[in-house]
Design a protein around this ligand. Structure first.
Ligand code: ATP
Ligand code: MG
Length: 165
């Protein structure tokens, strides 16, 4: 687990840029954190990094909003954004499964803890905490360097190394 200290929107922007550079098509990012923590802001920043010009706002009437990534970035053709804040219905009624299986998109889910048990296991969890002084701490359960290692095909070697310890 890695914790990032975010002192300003600039810091969040840097975090977003770093995360975006490692995103792959088909990935799901589960965002948690209290009201106003910065979940939507992070999605907006990622959208900008992906070259999306449309204004990204939290889906209110529709549960899901989709944005085209043009030209596509590393196979990412769409960014999908789900906000579950107002949802207290049954998961089966939400019709979200099709988004989980979409291999051409990156999917961001605000308040994802509400459907935790229905999410695929390889979801990337990102938790934003607001500190007393207003700064944020971002907890990233899949450490970004792990993603980078996976990208470099180095994970099997790491696994072998750890087994020998
Ligand atoms: N790291 C930060 N530093 C300063 N201000 C921030 C930071 N992150 C977000 N904000 C500000 O906090 C406000 C709320 O952010 P945002 O709407 O992204 O929160 P949220 O987690 O999506 O909230 P909600 O749960 O209501 O959807 C915005 O005005 C945003 O600019
Ligand atoms: Mg929000």
């Amino acid at each position: 687990m890695a914790i990032y200290k975010i002192k300003s929107l600039d810091d969040l922007q840097k975090f977003a840029k770093n995360l975006c550079s490692k995103l792959k098509a088909g990935q799901i990012i589960a965002l948690t954190g209290e009201l106003g923590a910065g979940k939507t802001t992070l999605v907006q920043m990622i959208a900008k990094e992906l070259g999306i010009k449309a204004r990204v706002a939290s889906p209110t009437f529709n549960l899901v909003k989709e944005y085209d990534v043009k030209p596509e970035v590393r196979g990412i053709k769409k960014l999908c954004h789900i906000d579950l804040y107002r949802i207290d219905g049954k998961f089966d009624d939400l019709g979200l499964d099709e988004y989980f299986d979409d291999k051409d998109s990156v999917l961001f889910i605000e308040w994802a803890e509400k459907i935790k048990k229905h999410l695929p296991k390889d979801v990337i969890w990102i938790k934003i905490d607001i500190k007393k002084d207003g700064t944020r701490a971002i907890e990233n359960k899949i450490i970004l360097w792990l993603l980078a290692l996976a990208e470099a095909g180095a994970l099997p070697f790491l696994f072998l190394f750890l087994r020998q310890q």
